[in-house]
Design a protein around this ligand. Structure first.
Ligand code: 5GP
Ligand code: 5GP
Length: 220
């Protein structure tokens, strides 16, 4: 039954802090459009089950990523959903390496978007994701609470509290490790309903075990 094989309970809407993606041993690359603004950016919109498991790569054969279906959304995606990965990167004219936004969007659609494509087609999926980002300004919320991307350490409890108070829903937080081994604020998870039309209380939060009590909030 095709419906059961592509069912899910809710979406994780995941945003990354570019300063943390870049501050690792692997480093990062910028898109051809240049250095992204210093703000959280979209990682993805991921169908998930309430028990924490998730479907992936559901329908690539029949519904592969096709950028011509989202032409009108590209300017918004370039701003809010930039890739910072050097993997599969292109060399630009002056021989610098750049990231490849299209490759990132394709990866996210093929791995995650194809699992919700009975509800959201490609255009609806990308548009809904970009709309979710416009509804919550995580950096503004954190800065209002004195939590700034200045390379200092902040407590996970305070980061969580600031966002919970601002939007009334508890976020998930994950961390990564900088080249000297310090944990830093990497990604913030919010949950959305199956239509990606509103934020909801997360049925299950991602594990915080990648974080220490205090984490760095790197400059970008
Ligand atoms: P990581 O192991 O770096 O946290 O995640 C690697 C990839 O696995 C993510 O980019 C994402 O595609 C997928 N992933 C990790 N955790 C989750 C999750 O809780 N839900 C879903 N739907 N995908 C996840
Ligand atoms: P996931 O499987 O975790 O959803 O997505 C991670 C994949 O997307 C990796 O293959 C990674 O190389 C690629 N990718 C490209 N650009 C980015 C980026 O800016 N951030 C993250 N987290 N992954 C990216």
């Amino acid at each position: 039954n095709i419906w059961i094989s592509r069912d899910f309970d809710f979406f994780y809407f995941v945003q990354q802090w570019p300063g943390s993606f870049c501050d690792t041993k692997k480093s990062c690359c910028f898109p051809l459009t240049g250095k992204p603004v210093s703000n959280f950016s979209i990682h993805g919109l991921w169908p998930n089950f309430s028990n924490g498991s998730f479907p992936s790569n559901c329908n690539i054969a029949e519904n592969p990523f096709n950028q011509s279906k989202i032409t009108d959304l590209i300017p918004r995606a370039e701003k809010g959903w930039a890739s910072l990965s050097c993997a599969g990167s292109k060399k630009t004219e002056n021989n610098k390496t750049s990231s490849d936004n299209t490759r990132f969007w394709k990866h996210e659609w093929d791995k995650h978007g194809t699992c919700s494509d009975l509800i959201l087609d490609q255009h609806a999926y990308f548009e809904a994701t970009l709309n979710l980002k416009d509804r919550v300004d995580l950096l503004q919320i954190l800065q209002y609470n004195g939590i700034k991307p200045d390379g200092n350490l902040y407590s996970i409890v305070n980061i969580t509290k600031a966002i919970t108070q601002a939007i009334g829903l508890e976020p998930g937080i994950t961390c990564n490790t900088d080249p000297s081994g310090n944990r830093q604020l990497n990604e913030i998870y919010l949950c959305a309903d199956k239509y990606a039309s509103s934020f909801i209380e997360c049925p299950i939060l991602p594990s915080r075990k990648s974080c220490t009590d205090m984490v760095e909030f790197p400059i970008f």
